[in-house]
Design a protein around this ligand. Structure first.
Ligand code: NAP
Length: 282
């Protein structure tokens, strides 16, 4: 079994991006910029935002952080987003979710134009993905595709099964795999015979949110198994949706948790920001 080392791939991508941002800066005499908006004091969000800002610094992306108090009104939040939309130094806008309950998340996200939506969550970007046209793709599924690519795991004509259909992981993941010529099945909580569906997969992507749910008896011999899940097991230890210990005897490729898909998400966000810069400046 080949262990897919997402930590290493993400580090390689960051090193490549450091070179790319430098040459973009030389070519356009301008820095690539990402605005990060955090509203409220959710401790997990604070950690995520810190990590994103640190990663930006590491690769030479200028970050603009905006921390607003939990009492921020819809109008104040909207004014901030609109000012970032107009700011030519800002190439990507990221609103850290979840937002305080009194704010209209959908309305705020809708203010971000396609060109600056580096999360790839907007209806326009999802539409482009569905039509296999140029646009920004959600970072986590994009990270999965990058892992497949860098480990030379062929998707063309292969049977891929995605377990999970959320807007941020499962759905875009399935579309990416379709666009990469895989034959794709999407499973979810209402799927009958999940085990049979999974057993058909050459590439199995688990994005369920249930600790160690995919067991060896659900995996075809020699499959590539990608675990997007991030859960806590009964001992409080971080674990994926795949039962790593049993599945490692069946799979040809397997991502660990932590150190698999997780580190790829921020790396792909940084790629998306650089892509947004190039599209805006070219
Ligand atoms: P989500 O919105 O809760 O979606 C979970 C999906 O799994 C839903 O489509 C649900 O089906 C399906 N599901 C739930 N129970 C199932 C079952 N018993 N059998 C088959 N399908 C089932 O979660 P998410 O945001 O997509 O995240 C999924 C996992 O990925 C979580 O562990 C999350 O923490 C992790 N994640 C990791 C990263 C990263 O950077 N590595 C990023 C995002 C998410 P229904 O649609 O029918 O409810």
């Amino acid at each position: 079994m080949t262990l897919i080392d997402g930590k290493k791939v993400a580090a390689d991508i960051r090193a490549e991006l450091a070179v790319r941002t430098k040459s973009l800066e030389e070519k356009y005499r301008k820095k690539v910029g990402l605005a990060v908006v955090l509203i409220g004091d959710n401790p997990a969000s604070q950690v995520y935002v810190r990590n994103k800002i640190k990663a930006c610094e590491e690769v030479g992306i200028r970050s603009f952080s905006h921390y607003l108090p939990a009492e921020t009104t819809q109008k104040q939040a909207e004014e901030l987003i609109l000012s970032l939309v107009a700011d030519k130094n800002v190439h990507g806008i990221l609103i850290q979710l979840p937002l305080p309950k009194h704010l209209d998340e959908k309305r705020l996200l809708a203010l971000i134009p396609k060109a600056k939506d580096v999360d790839g969550f907007s209806a326009e970007n999802i539409g482009s993905l569905a039509m296999n046209e140029e646009g920004t793709v959600a970072c986590t599924p994009l990270g999965v595709m990058e892992l497949l690519k860098r480990y030379h795991i062929d998707t063309k004509g292969k049977r891929a099964v995605v377990v999970g259909r959320s807007n941020i992981v499962g759905r875009p993941m399935a579309l990416l795999l379709i666009n990469a010529d895989a034959t794709v099945t999407v499973c979810h909580s209402k799927t009958e015979n999940l085990k049979e569906e999974c057993l058909r997969a050459d590439i199995l992507v688990a994005a369920i949110g249930k600790a160690k749910y995919i067991t060896a008896d659900m995996v075809k011999d020699g499959a590539a198994v990608i675990d997007v899940g991030m859960n806590r097991d009964e001992d409080g230890k971080l674990c994926g949706d795949v039962d790593f210990e049993s599945v490692k005897g069946k799979a040809a490729y397997l991502t660990p948790v932590p150190g698999g898909v997780g580190p790829m998400t921020i790396a792909m966000l940084l790629c998306n920001v650089c892509d947004a810069f190039e599209r805006a400046e070219r």
